[in-house]
Design a protein around this ligand. Sequence first.
Ligand SMILES: [Zn+2]
Length: 129
Amino acid sequence: MDHYVHRTPRVGLSVLISESWYNPFGDMVCQGCHGKMPFNLPDGSPYFEAAECLDSLEKEQAENHLALCPTCAAKWCHVNPVNDTNLLAKLAEAVLAEILVELAGSPTRLRFTQMHLDDIRIVAGIKSP
Ligand SMILES: [Zn+2]
């Protein structure tokens, strides 16, 4: 299955990410706008785009991806002024499992599950606060 992404997704990734991203109603939600994913694939699974979070990691890591709806993924990849230095700082400082970024000119709370945030911190070599 070929999800559109600016940076390439990897096998197994959709399973890893999608398992953590269901709201209490059973809908998979976007980490950017927190809305339900817009449609399902023929196999019944929600369509989402796995966008690489940090650009500067040497190895491709499943944990270093965001599960975004197509609109948020496009904003993340194309209209996202944050650089990795700032992003690393935000990830390190996050007290709640979310960070504030600006996508396409709008403040956006990028939500993580605590497990996902912890995993990104590990793969990025960030010490938790
Ligand atoms: Zn979204």
